[in-house]
Design a protein around this ligand. Structure first.
Ligand code: BES
Ligand code: MN
Ligand code: MN
Length: 476
């Protein structure tokens, strides 16, 4: 079994937009994206609330100029942008989701050029948010502009661009519930992940879920001289290290009781499909400068990344970290822990399990508290879904090679709400690459990927409209 073949579209040839995507349009598309990248819309940092609103307003102004009815809606957190262009009665409606918030830029000294001054080097634009998700989301806006420039927007389009994705989308589900009718769509399109490899156009059909907790460990009632007290007093940093070391066994399996309950095993079909993907462990390890890939025993790297749950410490602190040495036993220590989840696991349940488990593995003499941060459901998308097929055809048209269908290891918490509340199929059409370094210093986005994203986004809408025309004809 290889990758699934894409069903051909039976309509006559669709207008080829590439010749209409002129050098001037490309230059404009770049300049506009760079303006958006200059706005430091870091959702995590209260110092940037003003930038958050500026970014939302930037998008609203742009979408209004394209003929959308666009507004900035307040939420209990950061504002979101909602816009609609409903001028094709009887035609399908798509909802395009993306996020304009970005991860914090730290560590700033690792950036070769400033994170909010987009800089082009070797055909890539370097800036925080370049690929995640401003560049990928803006590609869809320029896709609409390209279609409109040819008087050829063949369906109805809604945009939902939020400012809290990097925070776990705490207010978006409530917003969707409140605006359920207005947000209705035949399909939801999202470009907010990474495709498989530079020369491989990809449709993503699965994402991992997430549970994220913070562990706080407290020992003595104050910092202690490590000579006067060491050996007798509890040490919260040592205790935290013990706790962490007990969370996984030497086979790389998470030890939390019940953690793997319900985890859906990969089907043989999928396993064979992944075996055919151009992946090489040595190359993968080299691409991140690692000397080994110490994951869960018994699973291939792609399975570990896409189909197996895992647990990683994302941050850890405690004690003296300044210059030189300080002989002290800290009174507190802490860690942030993320667990990536797969179909069959529920984030609320997993968070509860770790909250119950950690106190049972903590050494004597310390108090532990496990705080719940945020979570997200895992996602698996049916490959037979006609919108996924349409995305495959769009990619094939633009790239001239058949796309591959892969899963992704990251999480987009709101996807499950789109399915549950809007009952709409979701298409994950990724334009970026892991090597764009999202969340890292020197995040970038290849300008060729950006422009291919514009062309693919536009082509997808043509394909969806054509599909619906065929259906209408068959039903007539
Ligand atoms: N764009 C990513 C999600 C993503 C990354 C999907 C790679 C597929 C492959 C998104 O912005 C993100 O970073 N999500 C967070 C979730 C969160 C903060 C709740 C993540 O995956 O860590
Ligand atoms: Mn993202
Ligand atoms: Mn992200």
């Amino acid at each position: 079994m290889t990758q699934p073949t894409i069903q051909p579209n039976i309509l006559p040839t669709l207008t080829d937009l590439s010749e209409h995507y002129t050098p001037q349009a490309r230059a404009e598309a770049e300049a506009e994206l760079f303006d958006l990248l200059r706005i430091a819309s870091v959702s995590a940092d209260p110092a940037h609330v003003g930038d958050m609103r500026r970014a939302a307003e930037f998008l609203q102004v742009k979408l209004s100029a394209l003929g959308f009815t666009a507004r900035v809606d307040d939420t209990p957190g950061h504002p979101l942008v909602y816009a609609e262009h409903l001028k094709a009665p009887g035609r399908p409606t798509v909802l395009i989701y993306g996020h304009y918030d970005v991860q914090p830029e730290a560590p700033i000294d690792k950036w070769q050029t400033p994170p909010f001054e987009p800089t082009v080097r070797d055909g890539r634009v370097y800036a925080r948010g370049a690929t995640d998700d401003k560049g990928q989301a803006y590609a869809h806006i320029r896709a609409i502009e390209l279609l409109l420039s040819q008087d050829a927007l063949p369906l109805n389009v809604k945009f939902l661009l939020e400012g809290e994705e990097e925070e776990g989308s705490p207010n978006l589900e409530g917003y969707i519930r409140q605006h359920q009718a207005a947000l209705g769509a035949d399909a939801v399109i999202i470009s907010d992940g990474s495709r498989f490899a530079p020369d491989v156009p990809t449709v993503t059909y699965g994402l991992r879920g997430l549970s994220y907790v913070e562990v706080q460990v407290t020992g003595a009632n104050r910092d202690l001289h490590s000579g006067s007290y060491g050996g007798a007093a509890p040490n919260p940093i040592n205790a935290l290290a013990t706790i962490i070391s007990r969370l996984k066994d030497d086979q790389g399996r998470v030890t939390i009781p019940g953690f793997y309950d319900g985890v859906e095993e990969l089907t043989d079909t999928e396993r064979q499909m992944w075996a055919g993907l151009p992946h090489d462990d040595a190359q993968f390890a080299a691409s991140i400068g690692a000397s080994a890939l110490p994951g869960e025993a018994g699973y291939s790297t792609l399975e570990r990344l896409w189909a197996r749950p895992t647990l990683d410490v994302n941050g850890i602190w405690g004690g003296y970290q300044g210059e030189g040495s300080k002989t002290v036993i800290a009174s507190t220590a802490g860690a942030k822990i993320s667990m990536r989840l797969v179909p069959g696991q529920d984030p609320v349940r997993i968070t509860k399990l770790i909250q119950e488990y950690i106190p049972t593995i903590a050494p004597a003499g310390v108090q532990v508290e496990v705080k719940d941060h945020h979570g997200g459901q895992p996602v698996l998308i049916d490959l037979g879904n006609p919108y996924v097929q349409a995305a495959g055809r769009a990619l094939e048209h633009v790239h001239g090679v058949a796309p591959m269908f892969t899963r992704g290891g990251g999480s987009i918490p709101i996807v499950s709400a789109f399915r549950a509340l809007l009952h709409a199929p979701v298409v994950l059409l990724d334009f970026g690459l892991n090597e764009d370094a999202p969340h890292s210093p020197n995040e970038s986005f290849a300008l060729s990927d950006y422009h291919n994203g514009v062309l693919t986004g536009a082509r997808l809408l043509q394909e969806i409209a054509a599909d619906s025309a065929v259906l209408a004809e068959q039903q007539a």
